[in-house]
Design a binder for this molecule. Structure first.
Ligand code: ASP
Length: 310
């Protein structure tokens, strides 16, 4: 049985730091996940562990280092899914959680599918997940980025339309850094996970595709998919489910990823990308933004070390 793992560290125009550091973080997450798969661990454990590692890495826009909302808050989104049973769990707009992906997994193991805001936070505490401090999630760089934005907003003369000045359009080219992983385990089961702080300077309460099943992540018996990009367009086009369906209808993993991104380009203006794995361990990676940081190992190619790309 083939095993494989693919991770991404976000897509966009300008990364919020040197691309090599983004690639290295993805490689580390892949190595961690690969060890779990080689030891016979589940795809679900693998994607959770890989995404937790990326959430802990402050250069990515997820967990520690997540970008700020227009009113200076950190509101996190994450989703996880297992392909064989279609078990799925997600959290949106949750605060003070170090590892939103693990909270999403707890939701998956409960009768719920998606919990948001205060309810998600209360559920975390019920599950024994301690709340962290705001400062534990905040990095100096993200704070600086936010302060610069506020100064820019304050210097503008135009009247405001909203209480909070948000990015004029979700299609802005602000720095990204959402993280995600897909894996195939020795039992032939696929899983997918995505975690993000959402778009920089987002309106409070705004939710993108990342915690929405079928939009920012999806897994079934044919494919596992994790997405990154301008979430509003990924939502309207159900990008993750669309990609899995291409595989279900016979497309090769690579073709499925490319066809889905072609639909994104043809039907919307948003940019971004996705990683995809099928049950044979074939990998599909496609994006129409300037870059999408990613790394993978698959037993199909007898690799010793992760391959990275941007
Ligand atoms: N898809 C994420 C969102 O819209 C952002 C990203 O992937 O960069 O919240």
């Amino acid at each position: 049985m083939p095993i494989a793992i693919v991770v991404h560290g976000g897509a966009g125009k300008t990364p919020a730091g040197p691309l090599e550091a983004f690639q290295e973080g993805c490689k580390e997450a892949v190595r961690l996940g690969w060890r779990i798969l080689e030891d016979g661990g589940s795809a679900l454990d693998t994607v959770e562990a890989a995404v937790r590692a990326l959430e802990d890495n402050p250069i990515y826009n997820a967990g520690t280092g997540a970008s700020l909302t227009a009113n200076g808050n950190i509101e996190l989104d994450a989703g996880i899914m297992e392909g064989q049973t279609l078990r799925v769990g997600a959290v949106a707009d949750v605060e003070l959680i170090k590892h939103p992906i693990s909270l999403a997994r707890k939701v998956m193991e409960s009768p719920h599918v998606l919990l948001v805001g205060k309810g998600a936070q209360e559920f975390a505490q019920e599950q024994g997940i301690a709340l962290c401090k705001f400062e534990d999630l905040l990095t100096e760089q993200r704070h600086k980025q936010w302060k610069e934005k506020q100064a820019e907003v304050a210097s503008k003369q135009e009247p405001r339309f909203h209480r909070y000045e948000v990015n004029p359009s979700p299609r802005s080219e602000e720095k990204h850094g959402t993280v995600g992983a897909v894996a195939l385990d020795t039992a032939g089961i696929l899983a997918a996970a995505t975690s993000t702080g959402g778009t920089f300077n987002k309106y409070l309460g705004r939710v993108g595709d990342s915690p929405l099943v079928g939009c920012g992540f999806y897994a079934d018996e044919n494919a596992a998919v994790s997405c990154t990009g301008e979430g509003e367009d990924f939502i309207r086009l159900l990008i993750a489910k669309r990609a899995a369906d291409f595989v279900g209808n016979g497309a090769h993993a690579r073709e499925a990823a490319e066809k889905t991104i072609a639909v994104l380009g043809a039907k919307a203006h948003g940019t971004g990308g996705l990683i995809l794995l099928d049950r044979q361990g074939n990998i599909g990676i496609a994006w129409n933004s300037q870059y999408m940081v990613h790394a993978y190992i698959t037993s199909n190619q007898e690799m010793q070390e992760p391959t990275t790309g941007i």
